[in-house]
Design a protein around this ligand. Structure first.
Ligand code: RUQ
Ligand code: CUA
Length: 622
């Protein structure tokens, strides 16, 4: 089939999908009957625990949500890019500083840290498409420990967070292009001439996990989309799709879908790293930047079907699968052939000095998976699973090697299809991006739920579905609300990590921590009042803070408990202040006492039978 006929049939099938069984009305008898037996396999009895963590991005809520699998129960919220009074995040000095000038973020793709191509359970990295940041969550305590950014020379970190095999880097590509350096004005009508995109290598400190911008690669103003990192034969490489190879500055809906092919970037990140070491970068916005036209070997372009979205490396690292959302196929490329073509300089031309590989020569096959293919995940047993946005389904298909028979009609490698409700975006299989996927479960993260829950008004609840992938046919097990706006997720075996539940006293190096009543106190220097306060069941010491209007008040609050789940909060009435301290933790809050009067403060986290008595006063004199 030529790309054009493919497109035509996509259009025809699109109309047909409106009538498919995927849209069977919820609550129909068939649905109710089939729901009884699978329920047992997702049932986690009281006192029993889930087998897996599901970390899913909260989109423009800016948070990471944690659910257990297979129960799909939401068990935790990890605030990252937005304040969250439930844990006091964004109120104390440390987290306020991390959040900086922004009150929200748009999180899309969480990525777990890896060692030797397997999840090591140390960190979870997440991106903020809106404010060009990437954050690191420490899985030792499930807390956000760093927010890096805004990343220089970058706009829209959508193409992240892709972690390399040994967490050398978190790789980021830009969704938007801008005139460089950042802050420079250029007429958007001069988009092609004036705007640039960027691929960034964020270096990860192997001990602390601290992120820093290592290097960048300048790109044409394509809109970079999803990506993945290599392993095995593709170790040291990374891949992104793009749309808008037309380089249209405005009216993208029409102007960025004119050409039949867009480009995927094939990036040799080890070569980029080496080029920087060899001094081939130019300092731009404080970051060494590589122009791939001047430094050969770091970047290549591979044509892929029109307006692609996902590009996913299989667990062996040999097969690279790109999906064009406007064509009903998953295109499979053999990295070994890509590598050979690169070594032999078999290019069809170049775009701005970046060599272009030969699509026809490198394509292993276009698998007719269905309509609106977005993302592909792997079970580690030779099968791939592609989400079909338009068709509201997941297609299961077989990776190469294919027999000559298969090749004659690749419909034969499509093994199964299951409807989802509705319009699936991402899907996730535990460990799909590692050498050893867990298989077992697939979670479909659906974009629209259209009446799958009791109505709560115009803002329809989001819905994700748990699918059993252990058999030859996929089986729908359960459906659950997932906080908006879910994008990608990661699944981690629960026994892979042992989070701490108390901060050991010996580890608290805060100079202002206090552990007994005699260490607490209030000192005044000019109009600065410093309070060292202790929280313990069920009191604050001291429990009266005297101040004058206009004073700057700093409270260092230590929770001296060393017992699991003994958490205290400090909320100050009419002061927009709430800090929460975990056992053994010290946090600092700072604010202006600019109102005279007496303002109660109290413990906001239920801690004991006398929790209600845990209170005090901020007494402000004129
Ligand atoms: S994108 S629905 Cu933001 Cu992850 Cu593909
Ligand atoms: Cu301390 Cu409630």
């Amino acid at each position: 089939m030529s790309p054009r006929t493919r497109l035509l049939s996509a259009g025809a099938l699109l109309t047909a999908t409106l009538l498919t069984p995927a849209c069977r009305p919820p609550g129909s008898r068939a649905a109710a009957a089939s729901a009884t037996s699978p329920a047992a396999s997702t049932y986690v009895a009281p006192g029993a625990k889930d087998q897996f963590y599901l970390f899913y991005s909260g989109g423009h809520s800016g948070q990471v949500y944690v659910a257990g699998l297979p129960s799909m129960r939401h068990i935790a919220t990890i605030p990252v890019f937005a304040r969250y009074p439930a844990t006091g995040y964004g109120y104390d000095e440390e987290s306020r500083k991390m959040l900086g000038e922004f009150t929200w973020g748009d999180m899309h793709h969480p990525g777990l840290s890896q060692t030797d191509g397997r999840y090591d359970g140390r960190w979870l990295f997440v991106n903020d498409n809106a404010n060009n940041r990437v954050a690191r969550i420490d899985l030792r305590d499930f807390k956000t420990r760093q927010i890096l950014g805004p990343i220089p020379n970058s706009s829209g970190t959508h193409g992240s967070s892709f972690v390399t095999e040994n967490t050398e880097y978190v790789l980021v590509a830009t969704r938007f292009s801008i005139p460089l350096p950042k802050g420079r004005y250029a007429d958007p009508q001069r988009y092609e001439a004036e705007f640039s995109g960027m691929v960034s290598g964020l270096a990860v400190d192997p001990k602390s996990g601290t992120l820093s911008v290592g290097w960048q690669i300048l790109t044409p103003p394509f809109n970079w989309d999803l990506g993945s990192t290599g392993k095995g034969p593709s170790s040291g490489w990374a891949f992104w799709t793009s749309y808008n190879s037309e380089m249209a500055g405005t009216g993208l809906e029409a102007n960025a879908t004119r050409l039949d092919r867009d480009y995927a970037a094939i990036v040799n990140w080890r070569a980029a790293e080496q080029a920087i070491k060899d001094g081939k970068g130019t300092l731009t916005g404080g970051v060494p930047m590589i122009d791939p036209a001047k430094v050969p070997g770091v970047m290549y372009f591979l044509p892929v079907p029109k307006s692609p979205h996902g590009i996913d490396t299989d667990p062996s690292g040999r097969w690279i699968v790109a999906s064009g959302k406007l064509q009903p196929v998953a295109s499979v490329f053999d990295f070994e052939k890509i590598r050979q073509a690169i070594d032999r300089h078999e290019f069809t031309g170049n775009v701005r000095g970046v060599p272009v590989l030969n699509y026809e020569a490198l394509l292993e096959g276009d698998v007719p998976v269905g309509l609106g293919p977005l993302h592909t995940q792997y079970d580690g047993k030779g099968n791939a699973y592609t989400s079909l946005f338009v068709e509201s389904a997941v297609a299961k298909w077989r990776l190469p090697p294919w027999s000559p028979e298969d090749r004659k009609d690749l419909n034969k490698v499509v093994l199964d299809k299951i409807p989802v409700h509705y319009n699936i975006g991402h899907l996730v299989i535990g460990g799909s991006d590692t050498r050893e996927p867990y298989g077992q479960y697939l979670v479909a993260m659906n974009k629209l739920s259209k009446g799958r829950h009791v109505s709560v008004g115009p803002s329809q609840p989001e819905s994700s579905e748990l699918i059993d992938i252990t058999g030859s046919k996929m089986g729908l097990l359960a459906e659950a609300f997932t906080e908006p706006e879910p994008h990608f997720a990661q699944i981690l075996k629960a026994d892979r990590i042992t989070p701490i539940e108390v901060y050991p006293k010996g580890e608290n190096h805060d100079a202002d921590a206090v552990w007994s009543a005699d260490q607490t106190g209030i000192t005044r220097t000019g109009n600065k009042v410093v309070v060292k306060m202790m929280a313990i069941r069920s009191k604050f010491v001291p429990d009266v803070i005297e101040a004058h209007a206009g004073d700057e008040i700093t409270i260092h609050l230590t929770n001296v408990e060393q017992t699991t789940d003994m958490i205290h909060g400090l909320g100050i009435v009419e002061h927009d202040m709430n800090v929460v301290v975990d056992p053994g933790e010290t946090k600092t809050v700072r604010f202006k006492a600019n109102k005279t009067g007496v303002y109660p403060f109290y413990c906001t986290n239920f801690c004991s039978a006398l929790h209600q008595e845990m209170q005090g006063y901020l007494a402000v004199k004129p």
